[in-house]
Design a protein around this ligand. Sequence first.
Ligand code: ZN
Length: 657
Amino acid sequence: MQNLWNEIEAAGFQGDLQQRVYTSRLLGRDTTLVMHGGGNTSVKITEKNILGIEEALLYVKGSGWDLEFIEAAGFAPVRLDHLVKLAKLKELSDPEMVNELKTHMTNAAAPTPSVEAILHAVLPFKYVDHTHSDAVIAVTNTANGEQRIREIYGDSVLIVPYVMPGFDLARMCADLIERYLTDRMVGMVLLSHGIFSFGATARESYERMIELVGRAEYYLKHAQAWDVVQAEPPTDVPVHLQDIVRLRAGISQFAGGPVILSTQRDTKSRAFARHPDIARLSQQGPATPDHVIRTKRVPMLGLDVPGYAEQYKKYFDVNDKLSGVGKTMLDAAPRVVLDPALGMLTVGRTAKDAAIVRDIYDHTIDIILRATALGGYRALPEKDIFDVEYWDLEQAKLRKSGKPPAFTGEVVLISGAASGIGRACVDSFLARGAAVVGLDINDAVATLLDRPDYCGLICDVTDEASVQRALEQAVLRFGGLDMLVLNAGVFPPSCNIADLHYEEWWRVMNVNVDASLALMRLGHPLLKLAQNGGRVVVIGSKNVPAPGPGAAAYSASKAALNQLARVAALEWGRDNIRINTLHPNAVFDTGIWTSEVLETRAQSYGLTVDEYKTRNVLKVQVTSQDVAELAAEMCGPLFARTTGAQLPVDGGNERVI
Ligand code: ZN
């Protein structure tokens, strides 16, 4: 455990609250202590209020803030004496507790205080730090965890038995603190939950946390339970894409809506999935209550075993009986799937959620294996898990989350995504909640965006093997394919038929038609399994209904693509796949239309650039974004009853009308 305190850095944070910000960030930098908004910190400060009266305040981490990036604004100031009085109440429901926290803040714009605020308030120290340290939890989540904690810490920490986070835990801690806290104590261990440290300064409290967690790590190392050696997984079993796609379809069905399924094939995940005792280890439940909402229990199944859907069914029936609350999407679905051949697969309503589950379970694997090496992993008792899963606060959170964007949980593949209409499509689909796979021969596609719901792949769509590899990547990353935008194409320089050679003709045909055929053929088995039905949008051209001289290869290729789409509409209807075509014209905000080219063209018609750009019936400009928005809408519910359609997006063209 590394102490990250740095004098020079720390000097940049002046004052009690700023010091609190600094050491909170230090804790946040270490994922073995806190992750994804977990853990919380506080500082007690006396301030004059607007009447000039001195008031003791607890500045405690607000919900929605991550310790790693927290700022002063991330701490909610709550009146300390009120919090201390609350801890004396016999009973307080969790919604009532949150109401008290929110109504006793001194800044209306501050975030909602952490649900562990009362616990921070009753600790009689200026600074309080709380983490869910992997090492501490690995020790407490064993058969004789409490005894081991005593062995490690002697009488330097207060030990608190497991109680679900919320008012009951705060009240019990207040009671234990009043009765058992001594001068020798520098921290508090909450069994199966985490650890607190405290001190007079930010540095003291932080360094005590590092020291306490370091002792747990040393204990694990000494007991040969630190470097948990796992056998290298046997040589790779080939992954059948369709297995992953079917698994996602099954989970989506039970979740009541599409989900993202992300596959981890690293050595650790695969080795854990093949652990000889995996069936027992993985079925015990989560490591700490904070992780419950996302990880739940882990159904373990081999996809080579037929009838996996039945296994799921059994699992969900059990959950349905226990929950007894209105089911929100994903409430009953598994979050992690371990498969001996595939590795670890994580499920989320969004790609970001699936990535969070991946991070949490990655740490859970360490905890499970270390606790096992200590003599046996023990998760929370079954009843407590369900208490946490459906406790008032979590339910309130779910109710508040509102209606998700239209394509939440869905995956779209867009060809030619690095620029122009393809690039605009990336934004339009992301804005509607889809996870996006962008293909392009231009390597800029790989670094277009850095976010968990975007995956840019360099791909020559005219090379079938390259397309196949891209689809594999898409399935490993997001679990399948719901929508396809066939956008990649070339627009060759003007050339009359008399001069048109086969070489040029085939080059245009190859990109504009053959490549689309490959994407359609290889994508079809994936689109067939889309929860809401597969959808394809073809970016055609005005040249289909109204070709132009000098554009024989281009017009013929787009016409061939158009006919291909129409036949697909006929063939794929039975698979619940819709395919529709857009015919844009004069979209000038793409790479080929430099201002120079535009000026030359406009001049040749005797027009200004503006006149040239709006040369249509409505006298409007058509942008990449206009086309992209329509492409996205064509995949949405508005077009649910439409297939085989062709729609111009050109401002009105007299030859087309
Ligand atoms: Zn906690």
